[in-house]
Structures are given as structure tokens and as C-alpha cells.
Design a protein around this ligand. Structure first.
Ligand SMILES: NC(=O)c1ccc[n+]([C@@H]2O[C@H](COP(=O)([O-])OP(=O)(O)OC[C@H]3O[C@@H](n4cnc5c(N)ncnc54)[C@H](OP(=O)(O)O)[C@@H]3O)[C@@H](O)[C@H]2O)c1
Length: 330
């Protein structure tokens, strides 16, 4: 199989050939057709706690980054019951299970990491769902219980990113009112999905958000320390929750001691993947894809993602072979 790997944080991702390994009885091999880029993919390369965790509990050998994938099952172990060879699926790899990442022509995972795709859902649209969708679902349902609160109100900071766009659409599906903070160029997109947009380039976004609150959920889906936690908490209803996608050292005390501050973990397992697939098939979630790169140009996709201005998702295609930025497929 072909994988994109990086020997150290200072080196670019390169393609290399790894031998395919034999399956354990409960494992499934998926031939990968589409891969979505998440910021965790390039953050993992840079070091920090995630890279450290990968080193201690992850697989040995080269660092193959990536989590999200969609593709077709090419082989199943004898104990697999829920899936068959040829089934189109979406899923997420898990290094805590010693699995290599999804920047590869094939991945090996277990049954509870997959959901079957209907014919109507493309591999590209499906690949956008796992990490972004699981993060949105956890914040909306597990933390804020918007499915049990008619007329719930949700504020999304970072509304035009992969997580933000998915959260707006999932919030609307569950009947919640969504308010999204984004820059000028993304106001029309955010509003087209049914959210009230607040343009953060035109003044204090949280002050503007106050007039649409209070909120059952404030989702801080911006990677940098942009919106102070205290100001986010001040916008909540008494039983509301702030969900932090990046747990910042400054917030550790509040995370440890406050019931209304929660750290997100976008771990995609079958039950949530099935909800996301059904919503995408019903066009309740329409993934927004900014650009598609050949797998061999993953480094360019990481440069784009780490600039923090991606609208929706970036995709990688193993089938396109290696390439340059001139070969980006829109
Ligand atoms: N804990 C977890 O399990 C988990 C899961 C998923 C993601 N994450 C983290 O969550 C963060 C977001 O992920 P993502 O995939 O959504 O990232 P992304 O797609 O790269 O987000 C980019 C978006 O952020 C917006 N943005 C930048 N600065 C902003 C600001 N000051 N206010 C509002 N929006 C701003 C940009 O919009 P404009 O161009 O309009 O500024 C852009 O559309 C990343 O740091 C990621 O690592 C964590």
C-alpha cells in the first residue's frame, strides 16, 4: 500500500510503499477512495501531546497521519459480521488501536469504526463527516442535549471551518437556532445554511452575539486562543455548555472544575457515523469541499489547512497519484 508519511516535523510528507499486513480475525481492510484533512493531521506532525501519545500508544514504524476516510471494503476477517467485501463505507482510523493513519491507499480498522454508505452519497461527501461530524455531534447532543430542548440556541465560533459548517447544519437538523461567527467573505455561506452570521472583522463578535443569546451551547471551534473562556461562559443559559475543541493550558482549571466547560473529542464510532451518514444522505448536512489534492500533494493541503482559512474541508485522493499545486482538482 502507498502511504504519506513524514520522518520528522521538519520534513515534508512523502509517499512511500509499505507492505500490506495480514488481517486479524476481527479486522476489515478498506480500499481508500477519499480522505479528508483535519488540523490534527498537521498538528500531529509538529509534536506536542498528540505526537507524544502517538509515540507511546500508537503503532510503530513511520508516522502515517490522517483519520477520516471513505472507500470500499476489500477484505474482511473471519469474525466480521456487520460488513461484506464490496460495501462502500466511511470511517476513522484510531492510533490508540495501533492503526496507521488514513493518508493511504488502504486502511485496516474494526467494525465499530465504520458506517455503510448509501449509493446516493459520494465518497468525497462521506469522507468529510467523521472527525468534524463527531465533534459537532458530541457538542450538540452529548454536551448540550439540543435534541431534547425545543428552540435551543447555539453559538459557533469558527462557523466556516470543517467543524463549524457541520455544527450549523446538525444544529438546524435538530431544530436549534444557530448563530455563527466568521469573517466577511463567509457571511453569505453561513447564512445560506440557516444560521445568523456575525462578522468578526467588524467589531467585538461576542458583544454582537449577546443580543442573539443566551445560548445552550457555545462551541469554540477556532484553533487559536481567540475568544476568552470567561466571555464565552457569560453568554450561556444557566444550564448551558462551552465546548472547547482545543484545550488550552489557560483553560485547564475551568475544564477540571466547571460543569459547563467541556473539552471536545471528535472520536467517530459507528453509531454517530450512522447518524451523520443518514443526515448527509437526506441532504440535512451538505459537506462543503474547498479543494481536492492528490495524496502525493498532502504537504500542500497541510500548508493550506495550517493557515487557518479553509472553508469546509480539503480532500486527498490516493487515485490521483503524486502532483503539484497546479494539479488541484476543484
Ligand atoms: N478536540 C477534537 O476532537 C477536535 C476535533 C476537530 C477539530 N478540532 C480542532 O478544532 C479547530 C477547528 O477545526 P476545523 O477542522 O473546523 O478547522 P478549519 O476548518 O481549519 O477552520 C478554519 C476556519 O476557522 C475560521 N476562523 C479563523 N479565525 C477565526 C476567528 N477569529 N473567528 C471565527 N472563525 C475563525 C476561518 O474562517 P474565516 O476565514 O472566516 O476567518 C476558517 O473557515 C482546529 O484547531 C482543530 O484541531 C479538535
Amino acid at each position: 500500500m502507498i502511504v504519506a508519511t513524514s520522518k520528522s516535523a521538519a520534513l515534508p510528507l512523502t509517499l512511500m510503499e509499505l507492505p500490506s499486513r495480514a488481517l486479524e480475525p476481527d479486522e476489515i481492510r478498506v480500499s481508500v477512495r477519499s480522505i479528508a484533512v483535519n488540523p490534527v493531521d498537521w498538528k500531529m506532525r509538529r509534536g506536542g501531546p498528540l505526537r507524544l501519545a502517538h509515540r507511546f500508544i500508537g503503532p510503530s514504524g513511520p508516522l502515517v497521519v490522517g483519520v477520516d476516510f471513505a472507500g470500499e471494503i476489500s477484505e474482511i476477517g473471519p469474525r466480521v459480521q456487520a460488513f461484506a467485501v464490496g460495501t462502500r463505507v466511511v470511517g476513522a482510523t484510531d492510533f490508540a488501536r495501533k492503526q496507521l493513519g488514513s493518508y493511504a491507499s488502504e486502511v485496516v480498522v474494526k467494525e465499530d469504526q465504520l458506517a455503510a454508505l448509501p449509493e446516493s452519497l459520494s465518497f468525497d461527501d462521506a469522507a468529510c463527516l467523521p472527525v468534524a461530524g463527531a465533534t459537532a455531534h458530541q457538542a450538540l447532543i452529548d454536551f448540550a442535549h439540543v435534541d431534547q430542548k425545543p428552540g435551543a440556541s447555539v453559538l459557533i465560533l469558527g462557523a466556516s471551518g470543517g467543524v463549524g459548517l457541520c455544527t450549523i447544519q446538525l444544529a438546524r437538523k435538530f431544530g436549534a437556532k444557530a448563530v455563527g461567527v466568521c469573517s466577511t467573505t463567509n457571511v453569505a455561506l453561513v447564512e445560506s445554511l440557516g444560521a445568523k452570521a456575525i462578522d468578526y472583522t467588524r467589531g467585538d463578535a461576542l458583544a454582537a452575539a449577546r443580543s442573539h443569546g443566551p445560548y445552550d451551547l457555545v462551541l469554540h471551534a477556532v484553533g487559536t486562543l481567540t475568544y476568552p473562556l470567561a466571555a464565552c461562559r457569560a453568554l450561556l443559559k444557566p444550564d448551558g455548555t462551552v465546548a472547547l475543541v482545543v484545550q488550552r493550558v489557560a483553560d485547564y482549571f475551568a475544564l477540571a472544575t466547571s460543569r459547563n466547560v467541556r473539552g471536545s473529542l471528535g472520536r467517530a464510532r459507528s453509531p454517530v457515523l450512522e447518524v451523520l451518514v443518514a443526515a448527509a444522505a437526506a441532504r440535512e448536512i451538505t459537506p462543503i469541499i474547498e479543494a481536492t489534492f492528490p495524496l502525493g500533494s498532502a504537504e500542500l493541503a497541510h500548508e493550506r489547512s495550517s493557515a487557518g482559512k479553509v472553508v469546509g474541508k480539503l480532500l486527498l485522493h490516493p487515485s490521483l497519484g503524486s502532483g503539484t499545486i497546479g494539479e488541484i482538482v476543484k
